[in-house]
Design a protein around this ligand. Structure first.
Ligand code: PEP
Ligand code: MG
Length: 549
């Protein structure tokens, strides 16, 4: 048995088989090949497999998401038949006597450059598609040799690192856990693990040794330990721990249907954070009273091209219908920094957390913003939707946003579209927004405090950097004082204030938040009932605020 240690980012125990996830492109080396014909056949077999997969994906997308979503796979199916593309790959294999993976990679890169330099917008947008099909063929080439990337029924993913656009594509029915060598506790991959209730470890002192592939392992998300080839004593110990966790869960389940009310009678709203409409099932199972943060950027991260207004409308409508009268707060696109997708063509930035991201992109490229707002407004009549804007730093930004939102609303009304009563709120996640929160409160209907970024920007600590995890302290007096200031300024101006950062799920701080007068707490679904328990045990009259500030 081998035991490796890291930082647990989501509680729970998972028992499964390790699958090493390698980034396909970074592994590809140029290798000299002597049997050229065999190599060309390997390429064609991989292309045939890719074609089959595309047909299946097309059918799946059509039945689950509609014709428009399926169109991308049809385009890919056509491109994979393109004779210029096929000939280029064959030529590279034959002329340079090299491996098919490298030839596909090179052709993909050449075609990408060619398409992206064209004047025609349609052709330009195909550049990403050609990269995508090349990637698919490469994955198939790697699979034919060593069955790489096929998931077991109960898989523990072991990876160097995972970025949100990869995490979001993983087959959640099969993946029980993530273990990464890099990664910080506050990254979006860690947050996603908590949203999905997947026991996971980051910053683990394990290596990517291929001999681990297929080995049975146990992940302890409480302690951040992974046991590879566990001995029978460890298996028994972990099974007992699993049973205890199940028992605690059952006890928490008795709180379903109960109010979120303190001993001294203060009521608070307890909502859930989601990244996808599939997460709503877990919100309902855990008795969330609403959705306090729908991270809409995950809709973009799951795709290879911009989601259309219609696609987004269908998603928001479905969410609104499912949640009925309960509130859903849709946060507009918060892309950039660690959340990147190729089709946005975002440049590499030295300081991406402080870079071109979130509302800044929406204000600079208003067509992307307008499309999303149209979809949100159209869906608003089907339920109780609010909209919230991320990364706000000034009154001017809020005024510009409100002007655009008003124009979109008027445009839709002129088209005869019915729109619900959509509250507009902002995230308070920059010190700038905190310090002008008295003025901002006059412009909006609510605040939601994003402590993940607020901690990062207040303490000047990159939340992505695992080396800084020990310095990342959301209990820092400056952060707590800011939270109090925001709530006070909201109340002075008769608006409500909530929290949707990870600190909201930390039951060590629930008492303080309640004593500050927080109106809403939004947490990952799996944390709802434990926070409800803490709320019901709290008497805000007895909280010693001075101890914290
Ligand atoms: C936050 O910053 O606290 C937040 C909720 O947003 P995200 O984690 O998606 O940046
Ligand atoms: Mg944030």
């Amino acid at each position: 048995m081998l035991v490796c240690h890291g930082k647990g980012v989501c509680d729970g125990i998972a028992i499964g088989k390790i699958k090493i996830l390698k980034k396909s492109e970074s592994n590809i080396k140029k290798i000299h090949i002597s049997d050229i014909e065999k190599e060309v056949t390997r390429f064609h077999n991989a292309r045939d497999n890719a074609k089959k997969q595309l047909r299946q994906l097309c059918a799946k997308a059509e039945s689950e998401l509609g014709e428009e979503s399926a169109a991308i796979f049809e385009i890919h199916s056509m491109m994979i038949e393109d004779s210029d593309y096929i000939e280029s790959i064959e030529n590279i294999i034959k002329a340079q006597e090299i491996n098919a993976e490298y030839a596909v990679l090179k052709t993909g890169e050449n075609f990408f450059e060619m398409f992206s330099s064209m004047d025609d917008d349609y052709m330009k947008s195909r550049s990403i598609d050609v990269k995508d099909i090349s990637d698919r063929i490469i994955k198939n080439l790697l699979n034919t040799d060593n069955d790489e990337n096929k998931l077991y029924d109960k898989t523990i993913i072991l990876a160097e690192d995972l970025v949100p656009s990869e995490t979001v594509r993983i087959d959640k029915d099969k993946v029980l856990s993530f273990v990464t060598i890099n990664g910080s506790s506050n990254s979006h991959t860690a947050i996603l693990a908590r949203t999905l209730s997947i026991p996971s470890i980051v910053s683990c002192n394990i290596n990517m040794d291929s001999k681990f592939d297929g080995k049975t392992a146990i992940v302890d998300g409480f302690t951040g330990e992974i046991y590879i080839d566990p001995d029978s004593v460890t298996v028994e110990k972990m099974k007992t721990k699993m049973k205890e966790t199940d028992l605690q869960r059952e006890q928490l389940n008795t709180l379903k249907g109960k109010e979120n009310i303190t001993v001294d009678g203060k009521k608070v709203k307890l909502y859930a954070n989601i990244g996808n409409i599939r997460d709503i099932a877990s919100v309902l199972t855990n008795d969330g009273n609403g959705i306090g943060l729908f991270r809409s950027e995950f809709i973009y991260l799951e795709r290879n091209k911009f989601p259309t207004e219609e696609e987004q409308f269908c998603i928001y409508k479905k969410a609104a219908e499912t949640m009925g009268r309960n509130k859903i707060i849709i946060r507009t696109l918060d892309i950039g920094s660690d959340k990147k997708v190729d089709y946005f063509n975002l440049k590499k930035e030295e300081n991406s957390a402080m870079g071109y991201r979130a509302i800044r992109i929406c204000l600079k490229e208003p067509e992307i913003f307008r499309t999303q707002l149209r979809a949100i407004y159209r869906a608003s009549i089907y339920g109780n939707i609010s909209v919230m804007y991320p990364m706000i730093t000034s009154i001017e930004e809020v005024k510009k946003i409100k002007d655009i939102a008003k124009e979109v609303r008027n445009e839709l009304e002129n088209e005869g579209v019915k729109i619900g009563n959509v509250e507009q709120g902002i995230m308070i996640e920059t010190p700038a927004a905190v310090l002008i929160s008295d003025e901002l409160a006059k412009e909006v209907d609510f605040f939601s405090i994003g402590t993940n970024d607020l901690t990062q920007y207040t303490l000047a600590i990159d939340r992505q950097n695992e080396k800084l995890d020990d310095f990342y302290n959301p209990y820092h007096k400056s952060v707590l004082k800011m939270i109090k200031m925001v709530i006070d300024n909201a109340h002075k101006n008769n608006i409500w204030a909530g929290i949707c950062g990870e600190l909201g799920a930390d039951i060590n701080i629930t008492e303080l938040l309640l004593a500050f007068g927080i109106d809403e707490i939004s947490v990952s679904s799996s944390a709802i009932l434990k926070v409800r328990k803490k709320i019901r045990e709290t008497d805000t009259r007895k909280v010693n605020i001075r101890k914290w500030l």
